[in-house]
Design a binder for this molecule. Structure first.
Ligand SMILES: [Mn+2]
Length: 382
């Protein structure tokens, strides 16, 4: 057996390139022994090459991994940025986004439409030269405006039907369809005598009501009739039986009889029985009147204050939820009243009392079963 130290010395010498034959002599060992040791060195060398190759591969892989890692870090940074933005927007959306309301299927309530006709003064002429050119009126214009009044009333009615069911229309016929002969100057200036004018008014109402019956798709029209101050047959405004002392009382009687004789059951006339005419709809008491019993002599603030005073006094006798009136030629509305405009529009009288200027217009409104008077529209008659 050769000692391990000798083996190591021979191996060292072999590695240092010393000839094997010299080593046989130097260490006194056989050729086979040197040969085996040489073989062992070769094997070890081979293993080292393999190891170096492995190392080279690993180093290459590591380099690749490093590159990929760097790329991944970049991607992670980008994604983190995106995530931050998303989280920021999510936070903001809690504050900024609307509640995403949807249109609900509509449930249409049945409401009642109201149309006010008054102060047509169809026998009076307005010369534009006398009032600065802001208005003109004569029988032809009157006829055109009244036709427009009924046509636009139907338009508004049908417009409101997009939101509500409307089968019933109440028409407040609020008086002063003619100017009459109550003053000497009217006697001179009017284009017709009062009986002529009332026949003209009868024709206009007949045409308008028949148009609404034919085209309005309505189950019921109620005409609430009030007499104005202009068609009276007395010199002064009276209080006893004042409504029966007017041409308008006559007009309403004839209209009612006309439709009754035709057998038209869809239209009802609530004929005047006094200054007021009452109608109850959806449990609400509505007081219709011409409006001339309110004392107003012009002044800042308009008709509202004197009207409120009058309403408060009348309400002590019988409470009304709504007053519907005319006479003042200025369309106005508030929570508990509707004042109709006029068809004649601005005239010498309006100028003399310094009335608010406005276009010729009438009024249309809606009574809702729960909310009372809701929408009120002008019917402008240019
Ligand atoms: Mn009047």
């Amino acid at each position: 057996m050769i000692e391990e130290s000798v083996k190591q010395s021979i191996t060292n010498d072999l590695v240092n390139g010393i000839n094997p034959k010299e080593l046989e002599k130097k260490y006194g060992v056989s050729r086979t022994t040197v040969y085996r040791l040489r073989k062992t060195i070769a094997k070890a060398n081979n293993r080292k090459v393999d190891h170096d190759l492995d190392l080279k591969t690993i180093k290459h892989q590591l380099k690749e991994q490093k590159t990929r890692y760097q790329a991944s870090l970049g991607q992670i940074a980008d994604l983190q940025k995106e995530l931050n933005q998303y989280q920021h927007l999510t936070e903001l959306s809690k504050i900024l986004l609307p509640a995403n309301w949807k249109i609900l299927p509509s449930v249409k309530k049945e409401v009642i439409a109201f149309l006010n006709g008054s102060d047509w003064h169809i026998d009076e002429e307005v010369d534009p030269d006398e009032i600065g050119g802001v208005n003109e009126y004569n029988t032809e214009i009157a006829e055109r405006r009244i036709e427009m009044f009924f046509r636009y009333a139907l338009k508004l009615l049908n417009g409101c039907r997009s939101m509500s069911v409307i089968n019933k229309l109440v028409i407040g016929a609020l008086g002063d369809f003619i100017s009459g002969w109550i003053h000497d100057e009217l006697m001179e200036a009017s284009s017709m005598t009062p009986p002529e004018a009332i026949v003209f008014a009868f024709e206009l109402w007949l045409n308008g009501l028949q148009f609404l019956l034919d085209e309005g798709d309505l189950e019921e029209i109620t005409v609430v009739c009030c007499c104005g101050n202009h068609s009276r047959i007395t010199k002064k405004n009276e209080v006893k039986k004042s409504h029966k002392k007017t041409y308008e009382w006559l007009l309403y009687q004839f209209l009612a009889k006309w439709f009754a004789m035709k057998g038209e059951t869809r239209i009802k006339f609530k004929l005047p029985e006094g200054y007021f005419n009452w109608l109850t709809v959806f449990g609400r008491d509505i007081r219709f009147h011409h409006g001339n019993r309110i004392s107003y002599r012009g002044g800042v603030g308009g008709i509202h204050i004197p009207l409120r005073k009058a309403v408060a006094q009348w309400n002590k006798a019988r409470h009304a939820d709504l007053d519907v009136l005319a006479h003042w030629h200025t369309r106005e509305t508030s929570k508990d009243y509707v004042i109709n405009g006029s068809a004649i529009g601005y005239n010498e009288f309006a100028e003399s009392i310094k009335a608010d200027f406005g276009p010729p217009e009438q009024s249309f409104f809606i009574i809702h079963p729960e909310f009372g008077k809701t929408a009120e529209f002008p019917i402008v008659l240019p």
